[in-house]
Design a protein around this ligand. Structure first.
Ligand SMILES: [Zn+2]
Length: 345
């Protein structure tokens, strides 16, 4: 019997996505599982990919989707951890599992990583795919697949930034940029959950209300106020312990001005541009620590799912069906979002 084709979303040129029929994967190898994908989460990474990146090594057509959830459809003969029907999320990069970093649980520093799914390699926006079982994480009871879709990138990136890198502690003050974004909303939730004071920036008053409702203590509309000045006022000129950066060129120099002496800045993005100038005297005299953060570890994804099970519900802006992914991307690009955009299969 010939297997019927499966639907996939493929990027065929810059800014051109089409729904295509691909051959389904073969039965899973010994240490693989076959996953039926149920939902894909959109991230800025998808926008970078969608617009085209001259320096990224990859070939078209490329199946998109870097963050997803699904159900186990079949397991390879050596797999004991999963059975058909189990609900899972997948790690978004093909790491080796054997290098020093992988063995130490620092998966996002893998020395032999083959690439990021949906960006360098075919991604998750297809009905079925095979993955090594070691890169698949079970979804706990009580967490919906829709919410779990936000664990592999949005929640785990924030978990890694705030806790592994910036070592945010209870009682500290954190400035979260773009509090309406997928990772911004997650950062507000996670920082409030451990008893931090959260200051956040948003681009309009409607988002300000939503950020307050999420728990942010102070919300700054960066279009009407200079956030650096407001943060200094709010902290009685002392500055914040941690800045959560991902907006880049427009905010980075101001973010440094918001830090208290010895403060930590952690960044995972540059949506407003990648190049900044800052004062090295300020960096060393104020003893700032700056962390670049990309991706997360498998453990971070498990911790994120555990936080969801404990009540940290991701903020979902919009759900779109498979055929309307471009509407989702356009919404993300327009910065109108508050929370995550999910594409359902
Ligand atoms: Zn490795």
């Amino acid at each position: 019997m010939k297997a019927s084709p499966m639907r996939a979303l493929t990027l065929i040129a810059d800014r051109k996505i089409e729904t295509s029929d691909l051959a389904p994967p073969p039965p899973p190898a010994a240490d693989e599982v076959q996953i039926r994908v149920r939902a894909v989460g959109l991230n800025h990474l998808d926008l970078w990919g969608f617009r085209g990146m001259a320096f990224a090594k990859r070939k078209y057509p490329l199946v998109i989707g870097a963050e997803a959830s699904g159900e186990i459809a079949a397991v390879g003969p050596a797999v004991t951890m999963f059975k058909p029907g189990d609900r899972v999320v997948m790690y978004g990069a093909l790491t080796c599992g054997e290098c020093k970093a992988c063995r130490a649980g620092r998966d996002n520093l893998c020395e032999n990583v083959k690439g990021v799914m949906g960006f360098h390699l075919d991604g998750f926006a297809r009905e079925l795919l095979n993955m090594p079982a070691r890169l698949v994480i079970p979804v706990p009871d009580g967490v919906s697949l829709r919410d779990a879709t936000c664990a592999p990138i949005a929640f785990s990136t924030v978990q890694h930034m705030l806790f592994d890198n910036a070592k945010l502690e209870s009682g500290e003050t954190v400035l979260v940029h773009a509090g309406g974004s997928g990772i911004g909303t997650a950062a507000i939730l996670m920082a409030k959950a451990i008893g931090c004071t959260v200051i956040t920036t948003v681009g309009d008053d409607a988002k300000a209300e939503k950020a307050k409702a999420l728990g942010a203590d102070h919300v700054i509309n960066y279009r009407t106020d200079r956030f650096e000045g407001v943060v200094r006022k709010l902290t009685a000129k002392k500055g914040v312990d941690v800045v959560f950066e991902h907006t880049g060129a427009e905010t980075f120099p101001g973010s440094l001005l918001c830090l208290k002496r010895g403060g930590r800045l952690v960044t995972c993005g540059a949506t407003s541009g990648p190049t900044v100038t800052f004062n090295l005297m300020q960096l060393f005299q104020q003893q700032y620590k700056i962390f670049g953060s990309f991706g997360a570890s498998l453990r971070n994804i498990g911790d994120s799912l555990a936080k969801m099970a404990a009540g940290l519900t991701p903020v979902i802006d919009t759900e779109v069906p498979l055929g309307e992914i471009e509407r989702g991307l356009a919404r993300l690009e327009s910065r109108q979002v508050f929370g995550k955009i999910i594409v359902n299969f």
